[in-house]
Structures are given as structure tokens and as C-alpha cells.
Write a protein that binds this ligand. Structure first.
Ligand SMILES: Cc1ncc(COP(=O)(O)O)c(C=O)c1O
Length: 378
């Protein structure tokens, strides 16, 4: 049987990781500024993380959501405390798309409305409602087209209000910082105005913090720079450092009903053990503060390089938009300088390293980038 060929692959296999470094089978070492697509939060193979999952697996790997799992309450308590949302309720699933799927459903159950306002360049996942609110027609199959969605540009509050006035909008969904869209940071004032409009027109405000959350922006959630509180927050990626897990943080205005949402694997024992270890390590090693500090250092250093049109982002979620297409630069960075990076469109490199990136590693990354740029200029 062949694999269903949907991924354009680099011909490299990664077989080992430690902190911000990964290795291929030949023992070549790479600096990981990609974090497996913003997933690795506390670093590869962190010993406390490995120990927590191993100990849990020896005890119990899985049991169903039909019995008490006190690890779920531990995740909820710890996450509430770490994020400042201890009055919210937690629903656990396995992926980011599922988190958004459930968030959109919850809003619609709550207010009985159907239409969703989303934003241009947004990405919210691949399941039916999540992909429908994603601004990329190539990903939306005819079977997904039923749900009415309006995509708007950032900063156009009148357009948002015009849509809300029609009375049929259930929710507005926005990324804390757009990732796939090229690291586009919504202005703090824009987020505050969206919050006000959503409250005034009884539209649920969903903030997708799947890529920008869990400390990546230098705050627990990127929207916290704007001082707003969404009605629903979705997370995944860094929540369990690579163990598949997603979550929905739900404001007290939503009332749960038995059977309203559900999942087989969501909140399983191993995922919870991983998530608790992540929260422990984030706090113990002050990784959110580290993300803010190293992110600032990286942006300062990047600003000294030539050929860059714009540097965007917060913390360790950085978009470097180049004047020229970056395909060859990224390829040489990987194969010649052994640095993993992400991409968004033809001109933007995305940096999404583990949050434990040190200043020395950040400096090394800049040196390797400079070397690659010099070699291409010759
Ligand atoms: C902002 C955002 N939302 C949702 C998703 C979907 O997450 P998953 O691939 O875990 O379903 C992603 C994944 O890249 C994302 O970046």
C-alpha cells in the first residue's frame, strides 16, 4: 500500500530530538526553528515530559469518557491558573480543527444562529466547519459548503458591524496571530473593537490560539496583549508538546448539556499526563518569558539583515517577509546550514521554534541565515 500523497516532503527523516535540536539517521544535527509546525513548546524529549508520559503509560494508557478521569480536572485547574481563565470550563479533544469545530458548534447551539464571520488569509483546520471558515477555496470541498461564512479584511470595523446588523451571525472567529496567513498580528485596538461589537450584537467571539497560544507570543495567549476576554478560546499544537491534543476554553455564559459535545479519545490519560508536564515545564523554566525575550532579540538581529521587506510577529512566532521569493533560501538553510524553518506564501519565512530556544541558539540561527544569504548573493 502507498501513502496517500498529499504532503510535499523534504527528503529528510528526523529520528531524534533534544531541546531545539533534531537529528537525521546519518547523525546530522539540525537547529529546529520550526518546532514541527509550532507543536514543540517545551523542547524535544524533555526529560520531565518523557518521564510523565512513561509513568502514565505504565499505569493506564486509556479509558473512556464514561468514567471519572481526575487528570482532566488537573489539566483544567492548571490551565485555568496559568492562563488567567480559571472561571472558564474546559472541553478536551485531539486536534486544532476539532477544537474549532466544537467552538463553532457551541456558539451555534448557544444562540441558534448559523452564519460565521471569519477573516481573509485565515486558517482554522481541515474538518467541515473549521475548513469552511478557512479563507482558502482550494481546501473547501463541495460537502463543506453548506455553512454560510463571510470573510472580511482586518481593521474594517464598519464591514463587521454591517454583517452583525443582519442579525444572523452566530460567531466571529479570528486567530490570535494569523499563522498560515504569514504571521499577521491583528492590532490590539481592532481586537478590542471586535470584542465590543460581539458583545453589542450577541455574536460569540472565538479566538483561535492554536498556533499563537500556550506562550508562543510571549504571553499565555496572544489576545492578552489587547486585554480582551473572548467567549471561546481554542488551543492545540503546543498544549502537549507533540502528543495529539486540543482544547476549548469556554466562558461561563455557555451552559453544558449532557451529550451536547463528545469524543472517544479526547482528554485521554496519556494526553492529560503530557499536558500537565507541559504546564509544569512552562512554569518551572519560565518559557513564556523566554519566548518574549528571545523573540525580541531575534527580531532586533533580523532587522540588521538586507533584503527584508517586513518582520512581523510577537515572541517566538515570527514572520520574515523577504523582497525576493524564499524557496531557494529556505532550501539552502535546511540542506547546507541545517536549519529548519517554516514558510507562508512565496516570500515569508516563519519561525516557530520550541519556546526553550536560548540566546546562543538564536544567535547561531542568525549567523547561519546570514551565511546562506551571503552565499546566494555571490
Ligand atoms: C491557527 C490554526 N488553527 C487550526 C489549525 C488546525 O490544527 P490541526 O492541524 O491540529 O487540526 C492550525 C494548524 O496549523 C492552525 O495553525
Amino acid at each position: 500500500m502507498n501513502l496517500f500523497d498529499v504532503y510535499p516532503l523534504f527528503d529528510i527523516e528526523i529520528v531524534r530530538g533534544k531541546g531545539c535540536r533534531v537529528w537525521d539517521p546519518a547523525g546530522n544535527e539540525y537547529l529546529d526553528l520550526y518546532g514541527g509546525h509550532a507543536v514543540i513548546s517545551v523542547g524535544h524529549a524533555h526529560p520531565d515530559y518523557v518521564a510523565a508520559i512513561t509513568a502514565q503509560l505504565r499505569q493506564l494508557g486509556f479509558y473512556s469518557n464514561s468514567v471519572v478521569n481526575s487528570l482532566q480536572q488537573q489539566v483544567a485547574d492548571r490551565l485555568g491558573q496559568a492562563s488567567g481563565y480559571d472561571d472558564y470550563a474546559l472541553f478536551l479533544i485531539n486536534t486544532g480543527a476539532e477544537a474549532n469545530e466544537n467552538a463553532l458548534k457551541l456558539a451555534s447551539f448557544h444562540n441558534g444562529k448559523r452564519r460565521v464571520v471569519s477573516f481573509r488569509k485565515s486558517f482554522h483546520g481541515r474538518t467541515s466547519a473549521a475548513v469552511r471558515v478557512t479563507d482558502n477555496p482550494a481546501l473547501i470541498a463541495p460537502v463543506n459548503e453548506g455553512m454560510p461564512v463571510t470573510y472580511l479584511p482586518f481593521d474594517e470595523l464598519t464591514l463587521v458591524e454591517d454583517e452583525f446588523k443582519k442579525g444572523d451571525v452566530s460567531s466571529l472567529i479570528i486567530e490570535g496571530i494569523q499563522g498560515v496567513g504569514g504571521i499577521q498580528v491583528p492590532a490590539d485596538d481592532f481586537l478590542r473593537s471586535l470584542r465590543e461589537l460581539c458583545t453589542r450584537y450577541e455574536v460569540c467571539l472565538i479566538v483561535d490560539e492554536i498556533q499563537s497560544g500556550y506562550g508562543r507570543s510571549g504571553r499565555f495567549f496572544a489576545h492578552q496583549y489587547a486585554g480582551i476576554r473572548p467567549d471561546i478560546i481554542t488551543v492545540a499544537k503546543g498544549i502537549a508538546n507533540g502528543f495529539p491534543m486540543g482544547a476549548v476554553l469556554i466562558s461561563p455564559m455557555f451552559k453544558p448539556v449532557h451529550g451536547m459535545l463528545g469524543t472517544t479519545f479526547g482528554g485521554n490519560h496519556l494526553a492529560c499526563a503530557a499536558a500537565i508536564a507541559v504546564l509544569d515545564i512552562l512554569a518551572k523554566e519560565q518559557l513564556i518569558e523566554n519566548a518574549e525575550r528571545i523573540g525580541r532579540y531575534l527580531r532586533q538581529e533580523l532587522a540588521t539583515l538586507p533584503g527584508i521587506r517586513e518582520i512581523r510577529g510577537r515572541g517566538l512566532m515570527i514572520g520574515i517577509e523577504f523582497e525576493e521569493p524564499i524557496r531557494e533560501l529556505r532550501r539552502r538553510l535546511l540542506f547546507e546550514q541545517k536549519v529548519f524553518t517554516g514558510v507562508a506564501g512565496a516570500h515569508t519565512i516563519r519561525l516557530l521554534p520550541p519556546l526553550c530556544l536560548s540566546e546562543a541558539e538564536a544567535g547561531e540561527a542568525i549567523r547561519r541565515l546570514r551565511r546562506t544569504m551571503n552565499s546566494m548573493a555571490q
